[in-house]
Design a protein around this ligand. Structure first.
Ligand SMILES: [Zn+2]
Length: 66
């Protein structure tokens, strides 16, 4: 069985570059997001990581949503 003891939670990472550029049309509303998991015991702060964004077509910083 999966050993999910509650310390690992699902988080959403959102591209920061997509957020800065204002959405000019409805299709770009909301930017690219990754879903991931983290251990909230080890990572109490907001998670940040560099990932590839197909929306920006480049690597950019993704920040955890709250
Ligand atoms: Zn992006």
């Amino acid at each position: 069985m999966a050993k999910n003891k509650g310390a690992r939670i699902v988080i959403t990472l959102e591209c920061t570059q997509c957020r800065i550029v204002p959405a000019t049309n409805k299709r770009s509303l909301g930017c690219f997001r990754y879903t991931s998991t983290k251990n909230r015991r080890n990572t109490t702060s907001r998670l940040e990581m560099k990932k590839f964004c197909p929306h920006c077509n480049t690597h950019s910083l993704f920040k955890e949503l709250k």
